[in-house]
Design a binder for this molecule. Structure first.
Ligand SMILES: [Zn+2]
Length: 93
């Protein structure tokens, strides 16, 4: 069993909205800036869209503090590639 997809993080582009992030199958994540902690959190994008709206700017997310150590967190976008086993839909009409 393989687990998860390959992921990497990018800085937030200032005009990106939650809807744009979701449309690209990306994720919004927050990284603790404390090198001794390095926790990271993944936001529930569907929840954010439901709460804030799909046109809410990612760069407008307020500054967060790490729940573990209280250090400021950096919010980033992450690309998450789909599972390689996923093939194109082959439906019969
Ligand atoms: Zn922390």
């Amino acid at each position: 069993m393989t687990c998860g997809g390959f992921r990497y993080s990018v800085a937030i582009m200032s005009d990106w909205t939650f809807g744009a992030v979701k449309a690209r199958n990306m994720a919004v994540e927050a990284y603790c800036q404390n090198a001794a902690c390095r926790r990271f959190y993944v936001f529930d994008l569907d929840y954010l869209i439901a709460e804030m709206g799909a046109d809410y700017l990612v760069s407008d997310i307020p500054q967060m503090d790490c729940q573990a150590c209280g250090s400021p967190m950096e919010i980033k976008l992450a690309f998450v590639t789909p599972e390689p086993e996923q093939s194109a839909p082959d439906e019969e009409a």
